[in-house]
Design a protein around this ligand. Structure first.
Ligand SMILES: [Zn+2]
Length: 329
């Protein structure tokens, strides 16, 4: 195996080299530069993409990529790592979920895959990630690290596509099961938000590239207990791919295949009765809603028996706001 080159950055065999990849041009004449960590293992093996920060407020995902890269020794690695701690630098600088530079085209960048080289900034960034980085490097697996968006909180959770070529889907699910997360969401068309065809994990598996995504707690602030789960999860997947030495098998996750959104019919401040990840039964109260005059006006209940996949942690809810998502097998 010779040098591992991505753009202008090249890591010789048995070495790690950090650099940047030029992305879209900005009005002040600068270019967005996507940070790259290239780890070229001393031994032959597959190339794996590890990305974070496609949503700019999801610092636990960014930290996961940084720490996982630090933990990999190029002298003993079998294969190559292409790590991109921040896939969406513009949003990351602003500590905001989305790119805010263009009010006319504001999109959720995570939902713009496979991207479009002739589209808006989000489309172009997704095209760069999928084609110029993942594709051009010959990646055989992709791991994309997320957290809840600002105001929502997850347990540790892996989402994975079951749609597409059988081999890619099976490898993706196998990796999800050893990650070490509390919950695995198998997105086969009924898993609501995770089954959108414009997300990286869905597009990748459709193309025959095994992939998973993970959710690690909440967005800002950074929480080391969650980035540690993410780092261990990435390493568990690399061990399963025989790129690093074997690691202890983590406990089996809860597997979710359907996700139900629970929204409030009254506005108020929520006193939560549930935590992210916990089991709930149908009819179990999820929170008490206190109106602006202090009266308890509602006690929304779980529509199904399952597990709390995410909770809206703002606590101040307008009528129609989502209070949580419940997942079932
Ligand atoms: Zn995200």
């Amino acid at each position: 195996m010779s040098g591992f080159r991505v753009g202008n950055t090249e890591a010789p065999r048995g070495a790690r080299v950090d650099g940047h990849y030029d992305s879209v041009e900005l009005v002040d004449g600068t270019r967005v530069q996507v940070p790259l960590i290239l780890i070229n293992g001393q031994h032959d093996g597959p190339t794996v993409f590890i990305g974070g920060g496609i949503h700019g407020d999801e610092v636990n995902g960014v930290r996961t990529v940084i720490d996982a890269a630090q933990a990999i020794d190029p002298a003993t690695l079998h294969g190559r790592i292409l790590a991109v701690p921040v896939q969406n630098p513009i949003a990351y600088r602003a500590r905001y979920r989305l790119i805010t530079l263009n009010q006319l085209d504001q999109q959720n960048t995570h939902r713009c895959f496979p991207g479009n080289p002739d589209g808006d900034m989000s489309d172009r960034i997704c095209h760069t990630i999928l084609e110029d980085l993942i594709g051009a490097s010959g990646c055989a697996f992709a791991i994309d690290c997320h957290t809840g968006s600002t105001g929502s909180r997850y347990p540790s959770l892996v989402f994975v596509s079951t749609q597409g070529p059988e081999d890619a889907a099976r490898k993706s699910v196998d990796a999800a099961m050893v990650f070490g997360a509390d919950i695995v969401v198998k997105a086969g068309g009924t898993a609501g938000v995770y089954a959108l065809q414009s997300m990286l994990h869905m597009v990748a598996v459709q193309r025959g590239l095994p992939a998973i995504g993970c959710e690690l707690g909440t967005a800002l602030p950074a929480e080391e207990r969650y980035s540690t789960i993410g780092t261990n999860g990435v390493l568990n997947v690399l061990a399963q791919l025989d790129m690093i030495p074997a690691r202890p098998v983590p406990p089996k996750p809860v597997v979710i295949e359907k996700i139900f959104e629970v929204r409030v019919d009254r506005a108020g401040i929520a006193d939560y009765l549930i935590k992210p990840g916990q089991p709930v039964t149908q009819g179990q109260p999820l929170a008490r809603l206190i109106d602006i005059f202090g009266k308890v006006v509602a006690e929304p209940v779980s529509p199904v028996t399952g597990h709390v996949v995410t909770r809206t942690d703002w606590g101040s809810l307008n009528e129609g706001d989502r209070i949580c998502r419940i997942g079932t097998a």
